[in-house]
Design a protein around this ligand. Structure first.
Ligand code: NAP
Length: 291
């Protein structure tokens, strides 16, 4: 069992850190809002620190899961940050969805101090985090990954190394690109079914057994038909992720016409009050056109 720290107890980090503790590791947590760290420590029986620097002292593995590139730079490189407390030979595993650029930057800063770095964004949402069944896409050195994988598996059902530093974040971009078009297609189909006077439930019951089936269809069609959008990954987060993918696409020459369009649709969802709605709320945008 390892000595581990977890930095960032949000919707994702809180249960992920809990699974590390349940797996038998010695876990210390840090959260910017200390009350969450206190609650975590009393729920799971671990300890908490008041700075990232203190939390990571003496740890072999440190996990971070914060918001975006700037937040990540702040908790790693800032005053009383992770870097000030990490010791040579340890490994930082970052589960934030961020750019490949910041992943490569942190990889080389930490390599200069003989500290391993893995970019390890996750997929599976709040439900996946709460059931310890996340999918983890990893970039970084093979030898570091091999040491870290058993620890990462405490909160995952699949953790695979995709390639060198940044490759985990690039794979997560692929994930978000694939999701964007599927959700828009599903929203259009369900909205069409409603407008055609069909029983949406009945339609999905049948078409989900054929080629139209998808995770989004299985997990979101019922709530979409009811106009309920409080089931997971928020539109604000999705726009952050699509922005990262669109930036990267400009650098590597990929055409992302559908992703760019869906990103604009999400902006419209934000404008009609849906910043915290889940990503299936593309349906609400289509319905707003009918009124
Ligand atoms: P969240 O609930 O908003 O939590 C964000 C966490 O980061 C909080 O603990 C917050 O601290 C901390 N934080 C943010 N900025 C910080 C800063 N500058 N300094 C220190 N701490 C900071 O977000 P989440 O849903 O857990 O998502 C975390 C990451 O996972 C994001 O990159 C997101 O895109 C990704 N992700 C989320 C999901 C999902 O379904 N939610 C799925 C896959 C990936 P406070 O408590 O003090 O605010």
């Amino acid at each position: 069992m390892a000595k581990v720290a977890f930095i960032g107890l949000g919707v994702m980090g809180y249960p992920m850190a809990g699974f590390l503790k349940k797996a038998g590791h010695e876990v210390t947590v840090y959260n910017r809002t200390t009350s969450k760290a206190e609650t975590w420590a009393s729920e799971f029986g671990g300890t908490f620190s008041l700075t990232p620097k203190d939390a990571v002292k003496g740890c072999e593995f440190v996990f971070s899961c914060v918001g975006n590139d700037d937040d990540l730079r702040q908790v790693v490189l800032g005053d009383n940050g992770i870097l000030q407390g990490l010791e040579p030979g340890s490994t930082l595993i970052d589960n934030t969805t961020a750019s490949a650029e910041v992943a490569r930057e942190l990889y080389s800063v930490l390599a200069g101090k003989n500290i391993g770095f893995l970019d390890a964004p996750v997929s599976g949402g709040q439900a996946g985090a709460e059931s310890g069944a996340l999918t983890v896409m990893v970039g970084g050195d093979q030898a570091i990954f091999d040491k870290a994988q058993p620890i990462i598996m405490a909160f995952s059902r699949c953790a695979e190394r995709i390639g060198e530093a940044g490759a985990g974040q690039l794979a997560k971009m692929v994930n978000q690109i694939c999701i964007a078009g599927v959700v828009q297609g599903l929203a259009e189909g369900l909205n069409f079914a409603k407008n055609a006077g069909l029983d949406g439930e009945k339609v999905v019951e049948v078409i989900s057994k054929g080629a139209a089936q998808s995770w989004q269809m299985e997990n979101r069609y019922q709530t979409m038909l009811k106009g309920e959008y409080d089931f997971g990954f928020a539109v604000d987060w999705m726009r952050k992720d699509l922005g990262i993918a669109l930036d990267e696409a400009r650098k590597n020459g990929s055409a992302l016409p559908l992703t760019a369009m869906v990103d604009q649709y999400y902006q419209e969802v934000q404008n009609i009050g849906g910043r915290r709605w889940d990503t299936s709320s593309l349906m609400a945008r289509l319905e707003s056109y009918k009124k």
